[in-house]
Design a protein around this ligand. Structure first.
Ligand SMILES: C[S@@+](CC[C@H](N)C(=O)[O-])C[C@H]1O[C@@H](n2cnc3c(N)ncnc32)[C@H](O)[C@@H]1O
Length: 253
């Protein structure tokens, strides 16, 4: 089973040292939860609750919006609507308290509707509170930002082929690296392709090597019969390489 491949577990331990250095030092039971059960809502509720502090701070898996804004923003214009009255639709799967969705909302020159979705109500409540307190001003006054408590392996609340840009930073990784998360990762991929517009892009940010992730993406999206997969290296941080896997509907790009 993919989730138990030793390379994936070893990589998670390396990544977790980067992402949760304070937890790894104490080797708490939460670290154990994170290593084995990152597919569980309870694990993440606990993670966000225990890491909550008086003043809000974004937690970003791998890297923050600033590191990838130059890479991301062109996807908004490229997938932009032919119909000028339409908002470009962005969906961040498993947003946690990352600043990616907020950054795109703030900086996009084209009008966007950014949906930040996560299974953890704790993360969603923290984000909603932060946004209501900091009064983020979007560059395009028509842009909108929404937060949704949602299991992203069921995106039936979105119309088919309605989203221009789907983002996944660390969420598929979290599912694949959990004991029982493989099936849910596959379902999330199929659902994301179902809601993705024919001209849209689905970006998965990961530290998993292309020789492991590309065959997985091809086989799981092949079941849905519709995706082309490419990869772009994003650079190396503390010896770990990061990638963006780019999925588009076959025959479109
Ligand atoms: C590794 S964290 C990444 C968070 C964020 N994307 C980032 O870059 O910091 C994985 C996130 O996925 C969320 N998650 C896990 N399973 C999920 C599911 N089935 N549906 C929606 N969110 C999920 C968790 O609550 C957590 O916030």
């Amino acid at each position: 089973m993919a989730a138990l491949l030793p390379s994936r577990l070893t990589r998670f331990r390396a990544a977790s040292r980067l992402c949760f250095p304070h937890l790894c030092r104490h080797h708490s039971s939460l670290t154990h939860e994170l290593i084995h059960n990152m597919d569980k809502k309870e694990t993440w509720d606990r993670f966000y609750t225990e890491n909550r502090s008086q003043s809000f701070r974004h937690f970003d898996w791998f890297f923050s919006y600033r590191a990838v804004s130059g890479f991301l923003l062109p996807f908004l214009s490229a997938g932009g609507p032919g119909d000028a009255s339409r908002l470009v639709q962005v969906l961040d799967l498993g947003c946690g308290t990352s600043d990616i969705g907020l950054g795109l909302f703030r900086d996009s020159p084209v009008p966007v509707q950014v949906h930040c979705a996560d299974i953890s109500p704790v993360a969603i409540a923290m984000m909603q509170r932060q946004v209501s307190e900091c009064r983020l001003e979007p560059r395009n006054s028509r842009s909108e930002l929404r937060f949704l408590e949602l299991d992203c392996s069921d995106l039936s609340g979105f119309d088919s082929h309605s989203v221009d840009l789907v983002l996944d930073k660390g969420t598929t990784d979290a599912l694949l690296r959990s004991r029982d998360g493989g099936e849910r990762a596959s379902r999330m991929l199929c659902e994301a392709l179902q809601v993705l517009r024919r001209s849209g892009s689905f970006l998965q940010f990961s530290d998993e090597d292309p020789d492991a992730r590309i065959p997985w993406l091809e086989s799981e999206s092949g079941g849905a019969g519709r995706a082309s997969v490419s990869v772009q290296g994003l650079g190396t941080h503390r010896g770990v390489c990061y990638y963006s896997y780019i999925l588009t509907h076959r025959g479109v790009c």
